[in-house]
Design a protein around this ligand. Structure first.
Ligand SMILES: [Mn+2]
Length: 277
């Protein structure tokens, strides 16, 4: 039996917004990606298991199970896996500082790159309220800002405890603002601001399903994208270089090339390398 050679080795991999438990999740692509890559540390940057959707109707095919098994196997083989919950898996925030099968759950994390840069790692949903109320938060200052972030963080926890269904602030915002790009830009600026507040040089987040790697002022803004639409990941090479990867499997017929070109267009200054198989 021939074992498929592992193609790509990285120091760190960040993936976010897998939305396992929903029909949208491209689990087969994700499995290929996990099979062909290896890293010392993997960050799961939120919205990994979509608990809200699962609560509504159970959808859990074998491929979704395989993704979980694949990650746990990597842990057993020595990969450090850090799970930073998002809004769709916010129930996990009750279990931060705990370990499940060796997976560490954290509210947010600080990653230090091989060349010594500090990156704040978080999902990003807590900034929806900041995006929504940017104008008056700027007027009211730090206390109001902290309150907005706190409220946003606990909004769905409270809804869950009271038995209310999930309500997506980001989806609401995307409808409310004039266009999605405006929301994306405001979100990116809010996240970069938080990195500045915390005194780190960069930030890695997910949430808006829009992979990115660029400077916002003095802050390096990275978004690992998603596995519902774009199949993207952020990786760190062993010398500390960061890159957004776009996973395309030539053996699958899927409307990915269209999205690929859209992504490349969006990040014209940092073209997305495609991992050839
Ligand atoms: Mn999210």
């Amino acid at each position: 039996m021939t074992r498929r050679a592992r193609l790509h080795d990285f120091r760190t991999i960040w993936i976010s917004d897998l939305h396992l438990g929903t029909r949208g999740c491209k689990a087969e692509f994700l499995l290929d990606f996990l099979r062909d890559t290896e890293a010392e540390t993997i960050y799961l940057v939120g919205d990994i298991i979509d608990g809200w959707r699962l609560k509504k109707s159970w959808y859990w095919p074998q491929a979704h199970n395989d993704v979980i098994q694949k990650v746990l196997r990597k842990v057993r083989k020595g990969t450090r896996v850090i799970y930073v919950p998002g809004n769709h898996d916010e129930w996990l925030r009750d279990f931060t500082q705990l370990q499940f099968g060796g997976v560490e759950v954290m509210d947010d994390a600080i990653h230090v790159t091989a060349d010594g840069h500090r990156l704040l790692v978080l999902h990003g949903d807590v900034f929806d309220a900041v995006v929504m109320h940017a104008r008056w938060l700027a007027l009211l200052g730090d206390g109001a800002y902290t309150a907005a972030v706190w409220l946003n963080r606990h909004f769905n926890t409270v809804r869950r405890r009271l038995g209310y269904p999930y309500w997506s602030l980001s989806a609401y915002l995307k409808r409310r603002v004039k266009n999605a790009m405006q929301y994306i830009t405001s979100f990116e600026e809010a996240v970069a601001d938080e990195a500045r507040r915390r005194g780190v040089e960069g930030v890695v987040c997910g949430h808006i399903h829009h992979a990115e790697l660029r400077k916002i002022g003095d802050i390096l803004y990275c978004n690992s994208g998603d596995w519902v639409e774009s199949c993207t990941a952020l990786v760190e090479h062993f010398d500390g270089r960061l890159e957004v990867l776009h996973w395309i499997d030539p053996w699958h017929l899927d409307p990915l090339p269209v999205q690929a070109s859209a992504s490349i267009e969006r990040t014209a200054e940092t073209p997305l390398p495609v991992l050839a198989k």
